[in-house]
Design a protein around this ligand. Structure first.
Ligand SMILES: Cc1ncc(COP(=O)(O)O)c(C=O)c1O
Length: 391
């Protein structure tokens, strides 16, 4: 069989994730300290797990409605009202998805007309899935390179310079993976001002919204005139420590949600039922929400610990204000990000992710996840310090 001829050209053209590559290399190294995966080290709050056990005991193992359990959609609508002061109708404007990942996928697929060269502006460095999904859908990703001197925020100047008649979508992803950058209300407002005169739709990936360490998170959807042109993506993986439950959601105007739901219906049918019941508890139980706040506080302390540690070993690092990553600059070592990370694994058994895994403009940086124990973090920083001295 000549698989090259048989398989989709688009699928063959996309590259596997650069994060997984380093994770896999790390898995084979003894005594490795891996700070490469963006996954909480906390267990899912016990009350949420208990609800899942109870759901199974009661034999609730069938499909749910395509859009998700009504109580979960209601809880999601209340969550959006509470956190980003934006109202969504749980019956027509929310879809429960298989993680933020599926939400991003269906959002892009619902917007892009393949083969018309429609452009999607993707501020980079960013989460790895946006551009490959745009390509698979037949759209054209247009990287918007954000810079350390702008605190890795999307600026109105950069955005304006990239808008063309073919621009269809802008992806906003704040708090950001991998930089930890956030965008404040006035900064979002300067982006919204440009978008209001256009037909551009925003996909706002707010999966780290609960992990904002300065001012509370603001969504671009809550600014004047923006709700109607924004698909908000959120989920349970990060703040609720629920990566394996595979649950997220979209919030978008009814005509958009109608399309999202059709794609979700045919691709997925419905999100995992047990996870959905458990997620109702996650969003509504005050004790769980308190635990979520405590986890966020713990990440914040680790953020400080890592920033202090990096300063001590002489690695300059922009101060992130969200998510659970730091993105130090390694340009002064003269090594590329790939060289730095490969040698760090081989010589010091520490795995971090090269910045270019998040887009070309991440070159010269590395991503360190601090969703690990302080013991792990301290040892890793010590080893990175030794590595810097030796090279
Ligand atoms: C910015 C961002 N969005 C979305 C996701 C997807 O998360 P999940 O599919 O587990 O909800 C991730 C995961 O790392 C992420 O960093």
């Amino acid at each position: 069989m000549n698989y090259q001829d048989i398989l989709s050209k688009k699928s063959q053209a996309i590259k596997p994730s650069g994060i997984r590559k380093f994770f896999d290399i790390a898995a084979g190294v003894p005594d490795i300290i891996s700070l490469s995966v963006g996954e909480p080290d906390f267990k899912t709050p016990w009350l949420v797990r208990q609800e899942a056990i109870q759901t199974l005991r009661q034999g609730k193992t069938t499909y749910t409605s395509n859009a998700g359990l009504v109580p979960l959609r209601q809880a999601a609508a209340e969550y959006f009202k509470r956190t980003i002061d934006t109202e969504y109708d749980p019956n027509t404007e929310i879809v429960v998805t298989v993680g933020g990942s599926e939400a991003i996928d269906i959002a892009i697929r619902a917007l892009i007309n393949p083969e018309q060269g429609e452009e999607v502006i993707v501020p980079e460095p960013c989460f790895v899935s946006y551009s490959p999904i745009v390509e698979l859908t037949g759209g054209v990703p247009v990287p918007a390179c954000t810079r350390e001197e702008d605190k890795f925020k999307l600026t109105p100047e950069i955005l304006k310079s990239l808008i063309t008649p073919k621009t269809k979508v802008l992806i906003m992803s704040y708090p950001n993976n991998p930089t930890g950058a956030v965008m404040r209300r006035d900064e979002l407002e300067s982006i919204a001002q440009i978008l209001r005169d256009t037909n551009i739709i925003v996909i706002s990936d707010e999966i780290y919204s609960e992990l904002s360490y300065g001012e509370p998170h603001v969504s671009i959807a809550q600014l004047d005139g923006m709700r109607e042109r924004t698909i908000v993506v959120n989920g349970f993986s990060k703040a609720f420590a629920m990566t394996g439950w595979r649950l997220g959601f979209t919030a978008a105007p009814a005509p958009v949600t109608e399309q999202l739901l059709k794609i979700h219906q045919y691709a997925i049918m419905c999100s995992p039922t047990v996870s959905q019941y458990a997620a109702v508890t996650a969003l509504t139980d005050e004790a769980v929400l308190e635990e979520v706040r405590e986890m966020a506080q713990e990440y914040n302390q680790r953020r400080q610990l890592v920033l202090d540690g990096l300063k001590k070993i002489g690695l300059s690092c922009f101060t992130p204000e969200g998510a659970f990553y730091v993105f130090p600059c390694i340009k002064k070592t003269g090594l590329t990000s790939q060289e730095f990370c490969t040698r760090l694994i081989k010589e010091k058994s520490v795995a971090v992710v090269p910045g270019d895994a998040f887009g070309d403009c991440g070159e010269g940086y590395i991503r360190i996840s601090y969703a690990y124990s302080t013991k792990h973090l301290n040892t890793a920083i010590e080893r990175i310090g030794e590595f810097l001295k030796e090279i």
